[in-house]
Design a protein around this ligand. Structure first.
Ligand code: SR1
Ligand code: MG
Length: 402
């Protein structure tokens, strides 16, 4: 019989107390359940006498955001733990330390990052993160390159891929990102004032074709091991440090899906600046900062990925003249399209973003939602023509100024 059951706080404490490297002294521990995500229990376990702490994260057998009617495999906890360990090897310092995993209890005990802030929250509070683009482009270049056929033995890649088959979590993405926003689905959560915009998207057949092409890539293109849910709620930051968390959606998929995710969320934050209607100059500066971060993220990724290809590539055929440029152009186009798809669903799909939802003034919130939809739609429609990250910047600026 499986030993799985949702942990009580006392049980979470007992498990954490076995982590000798953090709690060598045996003083009492206290627990607080702090999970505010959509899927899991998260316990913050602290030792008041020393101030030391860890996080115990346990998967529930259903999506917490919906309830027990939406069952989810517990194997995602194993996948998350293995992805975290792999990312820690490939991008040292950019993910939390893992102290213990238990596949049967579907849990991971990891480093507490309470001295950081979740990037979405930090941005909403007006924070700027000058090291973020450098760190995240490192994370993306290293994790994607070394798990692709360019940077890893192709037979080994196929064997590794078998351990990251993640059907339940991929299905969430397939439904919530590539299907439900494009029809009148029960899962959508649409504010009345933008219902006309959602209905226009449901009728937009040109858009549906581009989304079908992106979805096909998500379904079939096992290019590299992805984080799979790399929005600004999956990234802890300080001005000097960046830590990527929560890779439970990890699977082998198209790289552009991971690169597009942070870009989408920076653009949603860009759109949310409508709330600053009283201060035009501050809004312009904030938007310029966000667009510059997107530019640095892509250009840093492009430069680092090409360097890895030139210096660490394992594939003779990939050295064919012109192949690298062609590959990077297609990767940019995927990135642009997935950024659009990931932004669009956050406006009226099942899971929104606080950047926009917390705008209390309804007229400003509506302007932000419409701006986010305009940017997202244009990214999707134009992704196959994209030649440079400047195309993304132009789309965002034109929508904001138009
Ligand atoms: C039912 S889960 C809803 C969303 O939350 C996760 O973070 C993923 O982005 C998913 O689409
Ligand atoms: Mg998550």
């Amino acid at each position: 019989m499986s030993k799985y059951h949702p942990l009580s706080e006392a049980e979470a404490i007992e498990i954490a107390s076995s982590i000798q490297e953090v709690f060598p002294t045996g003083e009492p521990l206290v627990s607080r359940e702090i999970g505010d995500g959509n899927l899991n229990l998260v316990f913050h376990i602290m030792q008041p006498a020393t101030g030391r702490s860890v996080i115990v994260k346990q998967a529930l057998p259903y999506a917490k955001v919906v309830g027990e009617s939406w069952p989810l495999s517990l194997d995602r906890a194993r996948i998350e733990a293995e992805a975290l360990l792999k990312q820690g090897e490939l991008a040292p310092g950019l993910v939390p330390a893992v102290y213990k995993t238990d596949a049967e209890l579907a849990l991971t005990v990891m480093e507490d990052l309470s001295d950081h802030v979740i990037m979405r929250r930090g941005l909403i509070e007006g924070g700027t993160y000058p090291a973020f683009a450098e760190h995240l482009s490192d994370f993306l270049a290293n994790t994607l390159f070394f798990t692709s056929d360019l940077g890893m033995n192709q037979q080994d890649k196929k064997k590794t891929l078998a351990g990251f088959i993640n059907p339940d979590l991929c299905k969430i993405t397939e439904d919530l990102i590539f299907d439900d926003p494009y029809r009148d689905a029960d899962t959508n959560s649409i504010e009345d004032h933008i219902r006309d915009a959602a209905e226009a998207i449901w009728r937009d057949e040109t858009l549906h074709l581009e989304v079908a092409l992106l979805r096909e890539k998500f379904l079939t293109h096992a290019q590299a091991l992805l984080h799979g849910d790399l929005h600004t709620g999956s990234i802890f930051v300080t001005p000097e440090s960046t830590k990527v968390i929560d890779p439970e959606f990890a699977y082998f998929g198209p790289m552009g899906f991971d690169i597009g995710a942070p870009i989408a969320n920076l653009l949603l934050h860009f759109a949310s600046q409508e709330h600053w209607s009283a201060d035009e100059a501050a809004r312009r500066d904030r938007r310029a900062y966000l667009l510059e971060t997107i530019r640095e993220l892509w250009t840093g990724f492009d430069r680092k990925f090409r360097k890895l290809w030139d210096e660490k590539g394992v594939d003779r055929v990939a050295r064919a003249k012109g192949y690298q440029d062609d590959y990077m152009r297609r990767l940019l186009q995927d990135t642009v399209g997935f950024a659009g798809a990931k932004a669009l669903r956050r406006v009226y799909g099942l899971a929104h973003v606080a950047d926009i939802d917390t705008i209390t003034d309804a007229a400003a919130r509506e302007r932000a939602q419409r701006l986010a939809l305009a940017i997202a739609r244009n990214l999707i429609l134009r992704h196959r023509q994209a030649e440079s990250i400047e195309d993304v910047i132009r789309i965002a600026e034109a929508a904001a100024n138009g």
